[in-house]
Design a protein around this ligand. Structure first.
Ligand code: DAH
Length: 339
């Protein structure tokens, strides 16, 4: 009997040693200690053992069982430890690897230019205000000296909600909204989206942006307009920038002008960029028409003012040398992340 038990034990220990997985260990346990296991079979055969020998044999069986169980347990603990260590090793983080690039958003060139223009005028004491994109005919046209039959309405055809309400064609109605409030003096800048019934091409879009500016105070003259816009042009395009005012017509200013800046590519000698002109048109401006002041409740004998308006896209295209306006609206990140 003793021999048999030793044999079972030796065989079990050998199998435990050879096991490389937890499953294999469990198989050994079942085969030796399980209900139908070899050691269990020995226990079952106890009835054949002489009664006086039973306690001794029983003790031998139990000892063998305990030894096998202990060997199984320690093999299992060891194996679990190895598995855990292997897993930890596999999970090791290599801190020297380059990190994954996070695709964060990027400011749109229009937004960059808008903020730059705002920064310049805020520096001169202007307040930034916004007006509604859905506007009354009165603010967009009528109060700006553009009555119902005025030809300017033809050039600025837009999307009408009804006869009175439309998508604004310019940011100039903000002038009226600010003047109406009657808080004088006024120094305001008003950027925003405007709309026109224009076909899409390299320089047109039915929806684009303008930046409006207005000053109303006592003794404001055309010299103030020129000085202010000259400073603005220098800040935006560089210290050496020159400006030129060409007479023009806008219904809400008198006199009116368009301002050109000397080409910041060639400095004025003429190049492909300025189409050989040396000058680039940048904005419309003028002294606020007395009737426009009067319509908004300001006495033109007491107060005068100047106003200006520029296309935001136009400046973005110039500043970043973009040759097709449509690129600004396509939101292709490969394009946008260049700025
Ligand atoms: N609103 C004009 C336009 O869309 C631009 C403009 C011209 C604005 C002269 C002004 C100004 O404030 O004084 O063409």
């Amino acid at each position: 009997m003793k021999e048999k038990l030793n044999q079972i034990k030796a065989e079990a220990l050998k199998q435990i040693n050879e096991s490389t997985t937890l499953d294999a260990l469990n198989d050994v346990r079942v085969n030796v200690l399980g209900k139908k296991g070899e050691l269990t079979a020995v226990l079952k055969s106890m009835k054949d053992v002489a009664p006086e020998d039973r306690p001794k044999v029983g003790q031998m069986v139990n000892e063998t069982r305990a030894e096998i169980e202990a060997a199984l347990e320690s093999a299992k603990t060891q194996m679990e430890k190895e598995i855990r260590e292997a897993a930890l090793k596999a999970e090791v983080i290599d801190v020297t690897l380059p990190s994954k690039k996070n695709m964060v958003g990027h400011r749109h060139p229009n937004f960059i230019v808008k903020e730059e223009v705002e920064r310049i005028f805020i520096g001169m004491g202007y307040e930034v205000v916004e007006g509604p994109e859905i506007e009354k005919d009165y603010y967009n046209f009528e109060a700006l000296n553009i009555p119902a039959d005025h030809p300017a309405k033809d050039e600025q055809d837009t999307f009408y909600i009804n006869g009175d309400i439309l998508l604004r064609t310019q940011t100039s109605p903000c002038q009226v909204r600010v003047m109406e409030k009657g808080n004088l003096p006024i120094r305001m800048l008003s950027p925003g989206r405007v709309f026109r019934a224009d076909e899409v091409d390299a320089t047109h879009s039915p929806s684009f942006h303008q930046i409006e500016g207005m000053v109303v105070d006592k003794n404001i003259t055309f010299a103030d307009l020129k000085g202010t816009l000259q400073e603005f042009a220098k800040e935006l395009f560089g210290e050496g920038t020159k400006v030129k005012f060409r007479p023009h017509h806008f219904p809400f200013t008198e006199p009116s002008a368009e301002m050109d800046v000397s080409c910041f590519k060639c400095g004025g000698s003429g190049c492909r960029f300025c189409k050989g002109e040396g000058w680039i048109e940048i904005l419309g401006c003028g002294m606020v028409h007395p009737d426009v002041l009067r319509m908004s409740g300001i006495n033109p004998d007491e107060y005068t003012g100047f106003a200006f308006g520029m296309g935001l896209e136009r400046i973005s295209l110039l500043k970043y040398e973009i040759d097709d306006m449509r690129l600004l609206y396509e939101n292709d990140v490969r394009f946008l992340k260049q700025f």
